[in-house]
Design a protein around this ligand. Structure first.
Ligand SMILES: Nc1ncnc2c1ncn2[C@@H]1O[C@H](COP(=O)(O)OP(=O)(O)O)[C@@H](O)[C@H]1O
Ligand SMILES: [Mg+2]
Length: 331
């Protein structure tokens, strides 16, 4: 059987703050299958970036991966030396962030930066690197490449900077691209172009883990989706199933909010309340204080991930068994 591009098993990542341990990723299990785009969705503060950073070994002090296993293409990243893990990641995974300005060097021409990304991982002459860099920048849809390569990051628009980041991430042909809110800072037209580009990259053989708080973005290009809430995966399903038969009250809330944003509804649907402070999680299900369907057991115990109808559809909710996913309109 072909191995999964990424497999995260029971990942726990915490921040050890003066106020106590913040469990930012809690027993997270997640897979990215080869040739697929897998999404992580959830409101801000739910642990999406921490999960991605854990894969990259980029969790910053006072945070650290406490336990769990991370396998890239079947190879364990945990339990090997930092140096080995580093070179494995460099060759196989790239990550792009929401704001490319923070990851690009402001005083280096963008062409040079793409070349350097290549030279870091491959033995090539300067001339060959320059040629590959230009080709990659063209591939990600940058026109007038010759001139653009001579620009500094601040001379480019947000959309162009994000394309440069994607070119840098792609130039070493990673098996996995992790994109953390790659289009959040962009307008919808540029967003659509970047999403199309990611679909093309995926078709060309790179598996993608796409993180977004925006269900619309997820719906457009993901094959499979994980919904996170307060540090945990609360629902997972293939994209069609998730959107047609959302089973977790949180997912339904997100969907209703997204739908009312698109329609001209007078009253914007929102999920009441906010994501809880991870230092003071409620007892039982973390979503219970915001949940319209909260019942007794929800206040005292955390539900496991339970099968919900379709194959591969799992939900962390006591109601799932009883209800068997009503269509969202019926709620
Ligand atoms: N440096 C930090 N110190 C303490 N807690 C942190 C730190 N960074 C992140 N966290 C905690 O991790 C949670 C998840 O953060 P993050 O993964 O960035 O959320 P998301 O990407 O879903 O918006 C935050 O809500 C916060 O409680
Ligand atoms: Mg984030």
């Amino acid at each position: 059987m072909e191995s999964k591009t990424l497999e995260i098993r029971n990942l726990n990542t915490s921040f050890f703050t003066q106020q106590g341990e913040v469990r930012a990723a809690c027993d997270v299990c997640l897979e990215v299958q080869p040739g697929q785009i897998t999404g992580i969705v959830g409101e801000s503060g739910c642990g999406k970036s921490v999960t991605a950073r854990s894969v990259m070994g980029l969790v910053r002090y006072p945070g650290r991966v406490v336990s769990g296993e991370i396998l890239l293409d079947g190879k364990a990243m945990t339990g090997i030396s930092g140096k080995e893990a580093c070179s494995l990641r460099g060759a196989e995974v790239s990550m792009i962030f929401q704001e490319p300005m923070t990851s690009l060097n402001p005083v280096m021409k963008v062409g040079k930066q793409v070349e350097e990304a290549l030279l870091l991982h491959r033995k090539l002459s300067k001339k060959e690197a320059a040629k590959s860099a230009a080709q990659m920048l063209e591939k990600v849809g940058i026109s007038d490449v010759k001139n653009r390569m001579e620009c500094y990051p601040h001379q480019l628009s947000g959309g162009l900077r994000q394309r440069v980041m994607i070119a840098m991430a792609m130039i070493c042909s990673p098996k996995l691209l992790i994109a953390d809110e790659p289009t959040t800072a962009l307008d919808v037209t540029v967003e659509a172009q970047i999403l199309r580009l990611m679909k093309q990259l995926c078709d060309a053989g790179t598996s993608i883990l796409l993180i977004s708080h925006n269900l619309g973005v997820i719906a457009q290009i993901c094959d499979y989706v994980y919904v996170m809430y307060a540090g945990r995966v609360v629902e997972q399903a293939d994209t069609m199933t998730l959107f047609d038969h959302p089973a977790h009250p949180y997912t339904r809330g997100l969907l209703q909010a997204a739908r009312s944003l698109r329609s001209d509804a007078e009253v914007l649907a929102t999920i009441p309340g906010v994501v809880p402070n991870l230092l003071h999680l409620p007892a039982g299900c973390s979503f219970s204080p915001r949940c319209g369907q909260c019942q007794e057991p929800c206040k005292t115990s955390m539900p496991d991930m339970l099968p919900a109808g379709e194959k591969g559809h799992l939900v962390r909710c006591f109601l799932a068994e009883k209800e068997k996913q009503q269509p969202v309109e019926a709620i």
